[in-house]
Design a protein around this ligand. Structure first.
Ligand SMILES: Cc1cc2nc3c(=O)[nH]c(=O)nc-3n(C[C@H](O)[C@H](O)[C@H](O)COP(=O)(O)OP(=O)(O)OC[C@H]3O[C@@H](n4cnc5c(N)ncnc54)[C@H](O)[C@@H]3O)c2cc1C
Length: 429
């Protein structure tokens, strides 16, 4: 059996970051990616935050094919036939290094794979890893088709379903309440139209999130990110919610209905859908993390359950990149000791614990429970939209005093035991 130092299964952000950090260390690194090229199977919303990543990979971002740096945060509560939008801009969003960028994975991951190859890593597309090879319980390589390739260390970077972590006996059974389905369209529009419609400067971008009636009472929401010459428009719905909804909803119809809302139609008008994709999202954080290492193997990125829905933002890409780098650092030290046993690779968990990743996983451990609350998606957005509508509405009847009537209504809606319970739950995140 041929042997290399490290095999990375999966050429997404986690796998490529790990490989990048390992290149120029003298080790032979092989990334096996089942897609036609890195990026071809990868889906994100998506916005990536740069600042958490910079301390770990400071040099590579100058030339990265980002779409736009986000200067504008837009949050829309959707009711039935009405909506309320909050918009936030900060000068800090426009200062370099820009805090966050929109990206398209088909372009981004492909660029990253080229970078890894340029530094001496081997990124091989169209290679599905089917199994792990084990000897006395230790992972010693992988099987792809008829080929067997040995390695001192295998890195499972194969995404949310991680068959590698499953085969190594590291992963917990899937729990639908900790997973969501994301589906999106990329809609082509010229950059001038995007900048005019979203009131953006050149290269500036907007990130818009939607919560409320669009998900028909199911846990989830919508997103819209501006790219250079396209919009990424999509929805994310909790699997558990989707499964328990009667009658069943077909997700493509939900997205079509979302697109028919005038608030969206006016933003995408004249655009052409050039890509449709859908993918599972890990939202369980600490509740779904597998064991992160075993003899001869480490697990990174989505494969390690490193994803969070923080309500105002979905996080996964920074976790993928940084966990990949930390896995690589662990492997380099294991190589110095020439010891790839589980106790030696356990250092990876220590590094993750010390980093922002596991700290955030712990801080936001109650988010999945909070997101189970249907009132968050149906009741509260509707109440706020209706209230605004009533305050603003003028007709043939004399207008009522705002404080006396509307604030009384607001009190009725929000000052009750149920809302108090919701607030207590919300306090946990
Ligand atoms: C709709 C949606 C919106 C999202 N929005 C955001 C966002 O705005 N911000 C954010 O930070 N995160 C977001 N996320 C989450 C984020 O995209 C993921 O956390 C991130 O892509 C994880 O990267 P990864 O490299 O771990 O996994 P992946 O990108 O899934 O990469 C895994 C790779 O492994 C390959 N592979 C799998 N099995 C095998 C095999 N057996 N052999 C060879 N190759 C294999 C796959 O082809 C793939 O390339 C979103 C996710 C979705 C689906």
């Amino acid at each position: 059996m041929e042997k290399v130092d490290v095999i990375v299964v999966g050429g997404g952000l986690a796998g490529l970051s790990c490989a990048y950090e390992l290149t120029e260390s003298g080790m032979t690194v092989l990334v096996l990616e089942r897609g036609d090229f890195s990026g071809s199977k990868n889906v994100t919303g998506g916005r990536i935050y740069l600042r958490p990543i910079l301390p770990f990979l400071p040099d590579i971002w100058k030339d990265a094919p980002f779409e736009r740096h986000v200067t504008k945060e837009v949050f829309t509560l959707m009711g039935q036939g009405n909506s309320t939008t909050f918009e936030f801009y900060s000068d800090r969003f426009n200062e370099e290094p820009f805090p966050s960028y929109t990206i398209l994975r088909a372009t981004f991951d492909r660029w990253f794979a080229d970078l890894v190859s340029a530094r001496g890593g081997f990124v091989i597309p169209q290679k599905i890893v089917e199994d792990l090879i084990r000897e006395n319980g230790k992972v010693i390589g992988v099987r792809t088709g008829d080929e067997e390739i040995g390695a001192d260390c295998v890195v499972a970077a194969d995404g949310i379903l991680s068959f590698m972590a499953e085969k190594a006996g590291l992963r917990k059974p899937f729990q639908p309440q900790y997973m969501a389905l994301g589906f999106k369209e990329v809609i082509q529009l010229d950059s001038k139209t995007i900048e005019d419609r979203f009131r953006l400067g050149e290269h500036e971008g907007a990130a818009q999130l939607f919560i409320g009636s669009l998900t028909k009472g199911m846990m989830g929401g919508g997103f819209l990110y501006t790219n250079r010459e396209s919009l990424s428009l999509g929805m994310v719905i909790g699997l558990h919610s989707l499964n328990s909804k009667e009658p069943r909803e077909e997700v493509y119809k939900l997205l079509d209905q979302f697109k028919e809302r005038p608030e969206i139609q006016n933003l995408i008008r004249g655009g052409e859908t050039i890509e449709y994709s859908s993918h599972l999202i890990t939202e369980g954080g600490i509740h779904t993390m597998p064991k992160l290492y075993t003899d001869g193997m480490l697990v990174v990125g989505d494969a390690a359950g490193l994803g969070l829905n923080m309500l105002v933002t979905v996080r996964g890409m920074e976790y993928a990149v940084v966990s990949g780098v930390l896995a690589a650092r662990t492997i380099k030290r294991a190589k110095e000791r020439n010891d790839f046993s589980a106790p030696s690779l356990a250092e990876y968990e220590t590094l993750l614990n010390e980093s922002f990743i596991l700290k955030e996983m712990k801080t936001f451990q109650h988010t999945p429970a909070v997101l189970e609350n249907k009132r968050l998606f149906m009741r509260y957005p509707q109440v706020i939209c209706d209230l605004f509508e009533k305050v603003i509405w003028v007709d043939e009847n004399p207008k009522e005093a705002i404080y006396k009537t509307k604030v009384a209504e607001l009190k009725k809606e929000f000052f009750n035991l149920q809302t108090f319970r919701d607030w207590l739950q919300f306090k946990k995140i």
